[in-house]
Design a protein around this ligand. Sequence first.
Ligand code: HMG
Length: 401
Amino acid sequence: MTGNGVSGTVGIHDLSFATTRFVLPHTELALHNGADIAKYHIGIGQRAMSVPAVDEDIVTMAAAAAAPVVARHGTDGIRTVVLATESSIDQAKAAGVYVHSLLGMPSAIRVVELKQACYAGTAALQFALGLVHRDPAQRVLVIATDVAKYDPDSPGEATQGAAAVAMLVSADPALVRVEEPSGLFTADVMDFWRPNYREAALVDGQESISAYLQAVEGVWKDYREKGGRALGEFAAFCYHQPFTKMAYKAHRHLLHCCGEDTDDAVVDRVLGRTTAYNTVIGNSCTASVYLALAALLDDADDLSGRPVGFLSYGSGSVAEFFAGTVVPGYREHLRTAAHREAVFRRRPIDYAACRELRAHSLPADGGDHLVPTQTEGPYRLAGISRHKRLYEARCGLSRHP
Ligand code: HMG
């Protein structure tokens, strides 16, 4: 289907997110490096960043995000789990297989991991939509999970973060019907990348902002050429938010390219409700667009029947713009209290503690090593033995011995 079409009635049926045990307020970073706090609060629009405990990683966050979805809907009809990440823990095995095991899911399921920087969560969603179109009786569990890590004392450090979003994709969705067409854009740029031998990403900050803006222009042009909606039809826009000010830069750029008014009030009206989680969690990479959606649904006045635009960007670079319509009655299915609790229960730490946590890595000697208990979350990384990660559900069940 093309041209503002609701593609069948397929879309996001449930959405749940999880983040980390610890949080570093930007005031602590500013105390360490002497930056004016306004640079963070106003200049990049960030107030805090989630910091994983030593026993948290993309798998524990993914399982914590997905567990409430599986608890509410069961596993019937789920034949695919797609996990998107750019903070992969293994070059071969999909992280989603650990999640599948921790959640006790049936064996008749395919599990796969997708990568293309921060864009891969949207690739996973589109993959899922295609599967459900082919067989509307099926449901797909999509998980976007990431830990964004830059070198200490680099400009990117202020944009670190971590979170996972789990979405159940189904026919007759309760939250958002995803529409055709999509606008697509790919360009080979080295704005941000992470070679296999590095834990922290490399980035050319200014180049990455230009590449993002170029992609915004590209996806919008393609979206309109394929018969997409006009700009004025959208109630809100969920952008990838490596830092929340980036969404404002991107939307102003889009308005400017379309010859529209770029007034602060106009921009704030369509973006203001999308930043509440990203501004205190930081860059969650593949999860970021869908944290923007969570914030919008949790915070905004009734959006029933209103179109929302999604702009997903992943460095390197690939981007996509698509629309979704909010389903009447969606508010009964939200997890607002749990989402706010995930943010508020994090324990604040100072910069020295954050740096220590960031420096921690699992021993690579093939020996048996336990990981200290720090997280209070439902799943933890308990240790490593013969190069195998050992995960544990809070009920005490040890997996993958
Ligand atoms: P920087 O170079 O240290 O900061 O780092 P700056 O000097 O550019 O300042 C940032 C903003 O704060 C500027 O605003 C300043 O004017 C303002 P702008 O001019 O851009 O509107 N500012 C102040 N405002 C108020 N009071 C003050 C004050 N001082 C300064 N006192 C940079 C910024 C983004 C480069 C850095 O954080 C970085 O390298 N981040 C990582 C890269 C990144 O996030 N890029 C975004 C686009 S790429 C993307 O989204 C993909 C990504 O998620 C990866 C993936 O796909 O996997 C990153």
